[in-house]
Design a protein around this ligand. Structure first.
Ligand SMILES: [Zn+2]
Ligand SMILES: [Zn+2]
Length: 146
């Protein structure tokens, strides 16, 4: 890990407090509210290694902003375009495309949903895949035999 601006967005499984943690002096991440030790990040951690929060090894990437915002812009644009004209819709589509390129990707763990920012490997990840997600949901049940 050679960058200082990596951060971890994680919801504590004990008290459900969501916070974005960055690691500076200590590699241990403890919940800001209940002090539960959530993870210990090793110095050489990157996205090719297992998730420090749950030991899962699959991540996907998504845009680092609320996806509802993106679709919301299109819907508002569509409504306005009915009232006015389709040039407005075009404007919103361009805005959406611009956002797509400006907003960085964030890596998300399939199992514990930790959001990992600032890693070089994020762009190499695949987008969210339902089959992989189901796999990790099933693996929470002990009766999976494969
Ligand atoms: Zn907590
Ligand atoms: Zn995880």
């Amino acid at each position: 890990m050679d960058s200082l601006d990596v951060s971890f967005g994680y919801e504590c499984d004990l008290c459900n407090t969501f916070r974005i943690y960055s690691i500076e002096s200590s590699s241990d991440i403890s919940c800001s509210k209940c002090n539960k030790l959530l993870a210990s990040i090793s110095k050489d951690y990157d996205l090719t290694k297992a998730c420090p929060f749950c030991e899962c090894t699959s991540y996907y990437k998504r845009k680092d902003f609320n996806q509802i915002l993106g679709t919301g812009i299109i819907i508002i644009g569509a409504i306005l375009s009915i009232i006015y004209n389709y040039f407005i819709l075009m404007g919103f589509v361009i805005l959406d495309i611009l956002l797509f390129y400006i907003v960085p990707n964030v890596a998300v763990c399939y199992k514990c949903s930790v959001e990992l920012r600032g890693f070089k490997e994020i762009d190499n990840l695949d987008h969210f895949d339902h089959h992989t997600a189901e796999l990790y949901q099933f693996s929470n049940n002990n009766d999976l035999t494969t």
